[in-house]
Design a protein around this ligand. Structure first.
Ligand code: NAD
Length: 401
């Protein structure tokens, strides 16, 4: 898919919200532009002795509401425009769920599956070193995203701490528990997706047991979502990853799927139910939106739906629960992790999950209220809510100098 179009999608969503809420054109201009963007070259000594130079980015979209927060993506299709879009979505997301962060994102143009663990560690440490001027517990706090994981966060934390001369766990979130990670962080995004999916079903009067669910992407978010929704009683009829998909009208077992990751057939063609894209952006487009048979789409991935597909879903009466609400569980528990690290006092998993549930359920209602009041889609409502809160902070602080 054309990942470059994520930036166009992000801008078009912002403009749609700005029009509806009559946003001051000057403030809109500020919010259209990332605050800063860093491009770095990352020379890595490969295991065979050769040197390969990778390209990396770190973008701060907005810091009016607090330090910026956002994941780091390792993927061969990463571009500066994609990272800018993801950073902008982080800004709205943090504001939608009311946590005191701005938006950021990072990325490295690399296929991590092609690197050895030693190469991956050298790449990560050098990338972390190159973005050191931008990150820090009060500045910008990275986290995992597509292609990165808790081990990679541990290496970033160690690289930053080595430079400071003491341990700084609060510089990244999504870390292993042993070095200041939070209970519940691993499944937090998926858990958040589960809470908003259940809230949507309740709102639409759908029964959980009758719901047929299809998930695209079987990574951190997708596999977790399959597991948690299955536990709630939903029937998971289809799952796909980058290599293909499996489909079973009578339901798939998450345990079986985890051990059997090979693929056969297609996931399309089931009647009704819930579609959960949990892979990458630009998956639901004007080319396939007509063929989607789900009545509800819950965006676990960032930016899976293009604005053209959004229009088609709106006309067809398909409810889209947008990414900046649906997948905000990850950044919410990242916020909890940061708070725990700063206080060096750790919470139980039940405490984390319960606070997460409260935030997700409250945010769902907040977005729904705006959608009903203004008669707009859930995406425009969520963007209005996020943009409104960021604009208020920006205007209250005033413009420097
Ligand atoms: P991951 O790397 O763990 O998993 C990605 C999965 O998507 C893999 O199973 C991969 O095979 C699959 N995939 C990739 N391209 C595909 C394609 N074209 N068709 C089908 N499957 C495909 O990544 P993740 O952390 O699970 O992130 C997935 C999405 O969720 C991304 O959009 C990410 O930005 C978003 N997200 C992640 C978090 C988080 O906490 N990790 C938080 C919020 C949002």
């Amino acid at each position: 898919m054309n990942s470059g179009s994520a930036w166009d999608s992000a801008l078009s969503q912002l403009e749609e919200a700005a029009r509806t809420m009559d946003l001051d054109p000057g403030v809109l201009e500020v919010l259209r532009n990332p605050r800063r963007a860093l491009e770095v070259s990352i020379p890595v000594r490969m295991d065979d002795g050769s040197i390969v130079v990778y390209k990396g980015y770190r973008v701060h979209h907005n810091t009016s509401r607090g330090p910026s927060k956002g994941g780091i993506r390792y993927h061969p299709a990463v571009t500066l425009d994609e990272v800018k879009a993801l950073a902008m979505w982080m800004t709205w997301k943090c504001a939608v769920v009311g946590i005191p962060f701005g938006g950021a994102k990072g990325g490295v143009v690399v296929d991590p599956r092609k690197l050895s663990q030693a190469e991956l560690q050298r790449l990560t440490r050098r990338y972390a070193y190159e973005i050191l001027p931008l990150i820090g517990p009060e500045r910008d706090i990275p986290a995992p995203d597509l292609g990165t994981n808790e081990q990679i966060m541990a290496w970033i934390m160690d690289t930053y701490s080595t430079r400071e001369g003491y341990s700084v766990p609060s510089v990244v979130t999504g870390k292993p528990l042993a070095i200041g990670g939070s209970a519940g962080r691993g499944l937090a995004t998926a858990r958040g997706v589960m809470y908003v999916t259940l809230a949507t079903m309740k709102h639409l009067g759908m029964s959980v047991e009758d719901a047929r669910v299809v998930v695209q992407g079987f990574g951190n978010v997708g596999a977790g979502t399959v597991e948690l929704l299955h536990q709630q009683g939903c029937v998971i009829v289809g799952v796909s990853d980058v290599q293909g998909g499996v489909y079973s009208p009578s339901g798939l077992s998450p345990q079986g799927l985890r051990t059997h990751e090979t693929a056969a057939g297609r996931v399309m063609g089931y009647e009704g139910g819930v579609l959960i894209p949990a892979a990458i952006e630009g998956q639901l487009t004007e080319r396939n939106a007509d063929r989607v048979k789900a009545t509800v789409i819950v965006e676990a991935a960032n930016g899976p739906t293009t604005p053209e597909a959004d229009e088609i879903f709106k006309d067809r009466g398909i409810l889209v629960v947008p990414d900046i609400l649906a997948n905000a569980g990850g950044v919410t528990v990242s916020y909890f992790e940061w708070v725990q690290d700063l206080q060096a006092y750790y919470w139980s998993e039940d405490e984390v999950n319960d606070r997460l549930r409260q935030i997700m359920e409250r945010s769902y209602v907040d977005v729904l209220e705006v959608a009903e009041e203004r008669k707009v889609t859930m995406r425009t409502a969520a963007t209005i809510l996020g943009v409104g809160r960021v604009a208020e902070a920006h205007v209250t602080r005033g413009l420097y100098p």
